[in-house]
Design a protein around this ligand. Structure first.
Ligand SMILES: Cc1ncc(COP(=O)(O)O)c(C=O)c1O
Length: 550
């Protein structure tokens, strides 16, 4: 490879195929003795009519390839060696087979082999494959194992070569990928990825959308609306303002047939006016989840250092550690201190040279609130090089005048994230905004898409016409489970009420057996309560030591 050239990972074309068949002969006949050498000097078989090949090429030269057999063909290569009834996995229409992982002697390297395996995995994953079978030479088994495939224990001899059968589900492969992350990062940095699917598995928001698992994402069982409990973290647990509903109902046909204002200018002006800041301090978004993904990915890289509270709203750890993959430190909040944020520890941590500090205030799930005056005093001392993101999704629960919006508008490094979901019960409308100095409030203010669909949701005028404080739940009534009931449960060690700005029950963790999350609504119902907002069932896959939270 010439110095300027970069290895390209791509799908093989017809011309490459001839090279591949010759390389197969070179490796599997001449070098390894699996097949007898033939006069044509090429090896191909019936599966090549269905197989796809991924190659790595240095300019014109192919330096490695791997073959993928998709479902729907007449057979897999494993059918040559094993009866389907002997296989410890189902052969279904989601099974793909990887075979012929080949890097010729002259270019042999762990990086090339790993790049090919990962490329095959991503290509299969993007096509909806749910599990992978692989037939691999015993000598290179470690490469298969590293990416999460597991030997089935079934080996087979073919000529002079011993092959082993391996299998892995997408979940098993995902679980193994952190172990090969340094190699994958090198592949991403050093090679040009051209297989037509994103390098990383696209990551959805960690939260949201659970409701539709119950009614069906094609609204198949809308009648279940009456019986299911909206349990998604993003859903509001009290109805929106009747004024908002009336405004929508009145204008619905018009809203449906016209495109929304592209830049949400009216909404921005309204928020600015009501909050006492300028329009240039406001960036609207389709829910704060949208803004979290937009801004954090814009400002941070894998080399960034971030501080978050622990426990705190799980979307932050997800975006930072799993999407951006930056370094995250945690400021532990202690049970013995009712999870209060200790200001002297926070002040100390704020001097830690972080690129970003995330403070959810009041915090979710602890409900603890740092009063505005104290937080502003602490933030004034923070180096301008450290951005501070204050998530005020629940700030109205702490009382009026507690928001840092005006402070953030004047500051160079403080960004306030406000959601309309939990205060106005507009979760379904996806409305939120960032309040910040003009430079930060301009993040991602790229030309809007035609029709302004992203921010347009917010700009639809819903709020311009009806942001009424009567939508706000009375302080302390958000959860709907009476404190007495909590106290009763806490006698059994199940719940442990923590006084806070948000009256969420907290399940105790670690020192007592936990009831299953899904039993909580049932128990509350038995006790005559109508819980509206149990913890989201999908929040359980947290780090084990972290208290359960949403
Ligand atoms: C602290 C916090 N921030 C942000 C969100 C997301 O809200 P939305 O995307 O609906 O604005 C939530 C939802 O539970 C939350 O608890």
């Amino acid at each position: 490879m010439s110095g300027a050239e970069i290895s390209v990972v791509r799908m093989a074309d017809d011309r490459d195929r001839e090279t591949i068949y010759r390389m197969r002969h070179e490796v599997y006949a001449a070098e390894l003795g699996q097949h007898s050498p033939n006069a044509a000097g090429r090896l191909t078989d019936a599966l090549d009519a269905f197989n796809h090949y991924i190659v790595i090429a240095d300019g014109e030269r192919i330096v490695g390839f791997v073959s993928i057999t998709p479902p729907g063909g007449p057979s897999y290569s494993i059918d040559k060696y094993f009866k389907r009834t002997e296989l410890p996995f189902a052969v279904d229409d989601k099974l793909y087979e990887i075979r012929l992982l080949t890097v010729p002697q002259s270019s042999r390297s762990r990086l090339l082999a790993s790049a090919l395996m990962y490329a095959a995995f991503r290509w299969i994953e993007a096509r909806g494959g749910t599990h992978i079978a692989a037939i691999g030479r015993k000598e290179i088994r470690s490469i298969h194992l590293r990416v999460g495939l597991k030997p089935t224990g079934q080996d087979v001899q073919s000529g002079a070569v011993t092959y082993g059968l391996l299998h892995g589900t997408m979940a098993e492969i995902h679980a193994a990928l952190p172990g090969v992350r340094p190699i994958l990062d090198r592949v991403q940095a050093e090679m040009s990825w051209q297989i037509g699917v994103a390098y990383d598995t696209p990551t959805a928001c960690y939260h949201g959308g659970k409701f539709f698992e119950a009614v069906g994402d094609e609204f198949q069982t809308l009648e279940r609306l009456d019986t299911i409990i909206a349990a998604d973290v993003l859903d509001a647990w009290f109805p929106p303002s009747p004024k908002a509903v009336a405004a929508l109902e009145k204008n619905l046909p018009q809203l449906l047939r016209t495109s929304p204002p592209t830049g949400c200018e009216g909404l921005v002006r309204t928020i600015a006016r009501v909050r006492g800041v300028q329009s240039e301090n406001i960036l609207p978004g389709a829910g704060s989840s949208d803004l979290i993904f937009l801004a954090l990915r814009h400002w941070l890289t894998a080399a960034s250092r971030v501080l978050i509270l622990d426990p705190t709203y799980g979307e932050y750890a997800h975006v930072l550690e799993r999407v951006i993959r930056c370094r995250v430190n945690r400021l532990p909040l202690l049970r013995g201190e009712n999870y209060r944020v200790d200001l002297s520890r926070l002040n100390q941590a704020l001097t830690g040279g972080y690129d970003l500090v995330v403070l959810v205030n009041p915090n979710n799930p602890t409900g603890q609130h740092i009063p505005r005056a104290e937080l502003e005093a602490a933030l004034k001392k923070v180096s301008p090089a450290t951005r501070v993101w204050v998530d005020e999704t629940y700030i109205e629960y702490a009382g009026s005048g507690e928001s840092l919006e005006q402070f953030a508008a004047r500051s160079e490094n403080v960004i306030v994230c406000k959601s309309m979901s939990k205060v106005y019960a507009l979760s379904g409308a996806r409305v939120a905004y960032l309040g910040a100095g003009p430079a930060h409030a301009a993040v991602g203010r790229e030309p809007a898409e035609p029709g302004g669909c992203r921010r347009g949701v917010a700009g639809r005028g819903i709020l311009c016409r009806a942001p009424s404080r009567d939508a706000r739940p009375a302080h302390g009534t958000g959860c709907g489970i009476a404190e007495a009931e909590l106290a009763r449960h806490s006698r059994h060690g199940e719940f442990s009420p923590v006084p806070s700005a948000r009256n969420r029950p907290r399940r105790r963790h670690g020192d007592c057996p936990l009831p299953r999350t899904r039993t909580i609504p049932a128990r509350c119902r038995q006790a005559g309560h109508r819980p509206r907002r149990p913890r989201a069932p999908h929040c359980r896959e947290r780090r084990r030591h972290q208290p359960a939270h949403d």
